[in-house]
Design a protein around this ligand. Structure first.
Ligand SMILES: [Zn+2]
Length: 204
């Protein structure tokens, strides 16, 4: 079973992470993980510009190093950026020392106080330590754009049923998702706008 919506108990178990914003908000937050990518990210930026939408990009430091001009374009276009580590380490499989140094290295390239753990995974001690310097941004709705076993139709149906004000949505500017995101993103934006929600970037 694929859980698009982050279960309520997760939010209760991990209250020191941000899983979404107030339901009273008339706002939905689009976030993109794992870029910048030379092909996917510019395509997404074009889409967002055309629709006058601001979003948040959680960048991998190594990709920023490879594509600094695309990273700069994300900022110039007015979007928020966040740290997604240097090499996309899984916190639970990485020593604290290596994990913190990866995030520190990425922070020299990515000027942001937002952090999203790769795979959404890190230990409680890592969470506590990173809370000192970062606002930890998780998500409340996972798009499954990376999962070829989930049809775009299923994703859009779930989006129609589930997305509410204050939700943080996750997509990926990652070559693996590109074919799917090309179809999914414009329709997902339409779906959210039909619900009369406004898109905003995350700022804290
Ligand atoms: Zn990631």
């Amino acid at each position: 079973m694929r859980l698009f919506k982050t279960p309520r108990f997760f939010r209760l178990i991990f209250p020191n992470k941000t899983w979404g914003f107030s339901r009273l908000e008339n706002t939905v937050y689009l976030t993109f993980d794992d870029g910048p990518d030379p092909e996917v990210t510019p395509w997404i930026l074009d889409q967002l510009k055309e629709k006058e939408i601001l979003a948040t990009f959680f960048c991998v430091g190594a990709n920023v190093q490879l594509h600094p001009e695309i990273y700069q374009r994300i900022i110039n276009d007015g979007h928020s950026i966040g740290n997604h580590s240097m090499n996309h380490e899984n916190g639970l499989r990485t020593s604290n020392q290596v994990y913190y140094s990866s995030i520190e290295q990425a922070s020299k390239l990515i000027d942001s106080n937002l952090f999203r753990p790769p795979y959404g995974r890190m230990s409680l001690s890592q969470t506590k330590r990173l809370k000192r310097n970062y606002k930890i941004i998780m998500w409340s709705w996972l798009s499954y754009d990376f999962d070829e076993k989930t049809s775009i139709e299923t994703i859009l149906n779930k989006a129609k049923q589930q997305i509410k004000g204050g939700d943080i949505l996750v997509l990926h500017d990652n070559p693996k998702s590109f074919n799917r995101i090309k179809i999914l993103l414009p329709q997902l934006i339409d779906c959210v706008e039909k619900k009369q929600f406004e898109f905003k970037r995350i700022t804290v």
